[in-house]
Write a protein that binds this ligand. Structure first.
Ligand SMILES: Cc1cc2nc3c(=O)[nH]c(=O)nc-3n(C[C@H](O)[C@H](O)[C@H](O)COP(=O)(O)OP(=O)(O)OC[C@H]3O[C@@H](n4cnc5c(N)ncnc54)[C@H](O)[C@@H]3O)c2cc1C
Length: 399
């Protein structure tokens, strides 16, 4: 079968790319190939569900620009489609005086990204989130929550109605260039495409390699564990309560989130996963782990941050440690208030020198666009990332 564009990956980024391609040119023959039986089962369906306003990201970075633009678009899509989202606002709480300078840096960053943020003291914090404690906080009114899995499912319906083909339960296992076309070898038929788009999430660097591209980064999987508050304990969080993040890491710290259906979730931690799709502590794939450990960038990262790594591990094994992090934000929460909840796995790009990519990484060749690193806030930003990737794909189709 021959297509203009073949997209690998039926997560929210691949689907938004197909949506944008179809909107630019309804006559394009586009296929989305997804290895699972359903779309959105990985990062898209296992996250915090936060519509980020754009507070954290370096001014002018793709994260900052795409997050702002993408948030508007995804909200407009949800409004038009009747998908529930809730702009509940969030508080980022400095727990001690030591954290106040970092809170101020975030405040400046937010303002330079065009986000409206109010600096508040303990009294106002108490009005907004009566159970949270802190010496100072930022109140970000624009932050909201949505179910990104639901958005992805609706995108899939809309693009299929307009002629995009979605093939599920088919894995791309190899590929080669044939003249100006790319041949995708799959677990079923071969697919031929004029342009390849790789939105393979946790596998994107491996997929790039299948097509002869060695990315500048390698993906390392970090499991994010969550707990849910019991119904009686939901009163402890009205909207979203976040700590001030450690600026050395792109993760935002364990936070409380009132999700769209009213439940309150807490997490995620950031533990090294022993498999690319290592959703549970016991999931272990020796080949995949060995690949990570052999990587110079990972070893350098581990040397620099082994203390943080061990602390995350401890939090994963000893639930008391997870609880005490939550209690720093909301002291009233007790062990009996916590229920088990499914975890997610983030793909985090690591450079060979051990530094963590703090922006999206998209690498292109003459006939392909590889979305190598699309971590948070990529779900919020998905429509804007999709637009950018669709333009790159169209340039390759027409040149
Ligand atoms: C714990 C956690 C919390 C997060 N919180 C937030 C948040 O609050 N807000 C936010 O904006 N973002 C958040 N994110 C980030 C967001 O979820 C991701 O950035 C986004 O979902 C990435 O989408 P994707 O389509 O690139 O990847 P994915 O959803 O992982 O999709 C990739 C798809 O590719 C498929 N695939 C892989 N290999 C192949 C192959 N060989 N052949 C065919 N198909 C293949 C996979 O099966 C998968 O469905 C969070 C992520 C995690 C993990």
């Amino acid at each position: 079968m021959t297509f203009d564009v073949a997209i690998i990956g039926g997560g929210i980024v691949g689907l938004a790319t197909a949506y944008k391609l179809q909107a630019y040119n309804p006559d394009l023959q586009v296929v989305v190939i997804e290895k699972e039986k359903e779309i959105g089962l990985h990062q898209t369906g296992r996250n915090s569900g936060v519509l980020h306003a754009g507070v954290y990201y370096r001014s002018g970075s793709s994260k900052a620009v795409f997050c702002r633009r993408g948030k508007q678009e995804i909200e407009a899509f949800c409004e038009a489609e009747g998908i529930v989202f809730n702009v509940c606002g969030k508080t980022i709480v400095a727990l001690t005086d030591d954290e106040v300078p970092r809170l101020e840096t975030l405040h400046e960053r937010a303002m330079s990204n065009g986000v409206t943020v109010e600096r508040i003291g303990p009294e106002k914090l108490n009005e907004l989130e009566p159970h949270a404690v802190g010496v100072a906080a930022l109140h970000v009114r624009e932050t909201g929550v949505v179910n990104f899995g639901e958005v992805a499912k609706r995108l899939a319906v809309r693009i299929q109605e307009r002629g995009v083909e979605i093939v599920k339960d088919v894995k791309v296992v190899g590929g080669r260039l044939q003249g100006t076309s790319t041949i995708l070898e799959t677990t079923k038929n071969h697919v031929e495409a004029r342009v390849l788009v790789n939105c393979g999430g946790l596998w994107a660097d491996r997929i790039a390699k299948l097509f002869g591209v060695t990315p500048s980064v390698k993906l390392v999987s970090f499991r994010g564990e969550y707990v849910e508050l019991t119904e009686a304990a939901r009163k402890y969080c009205r909207g979203l309560i976040y700590p001030v993040p450690n600026p050395a890491f792109p993760f935002l710290g364990v936070h409380l989130t009132r999700v769209v259906d009213g439940r309150v979730e807490a997490g995620p931690s950031a533990v090294l996963a022993f498999a690319r799709e290592g959703y549970e502590f016991k999931t272990f794939k020796s080949g995949e782990l060995a690949e990570v450990i052999r990587y110079r960038g990972f070893r350098s990262l581990a040397r620099k941050h082994w203390r943080t790594g061990l602390a995350e591990m401890r939090r994963s094994i000893f639930k008391r440690s997870f609880l005490s992090d939550l209690q720093r934000l909301v002291p009233a929460i007790q062990a009996a208030d916590l229920l088990a909840s499914p975890s997610g796995v983030r793909a985090q790009a690591v450079y060979p020198d051990g530094s963590l990519a703090d922006d999206f990484v998209i690498e292109s060749t003459r006939h392909a666009v590889h979305v190598i690193n699309a971590p948070s806030p990529a779900a919020t930003a998905s429509f804007a990332i999709g637009e950018h990737v669709a333009r790159l794909a169209l340039e390759r189709l027409t040149s």
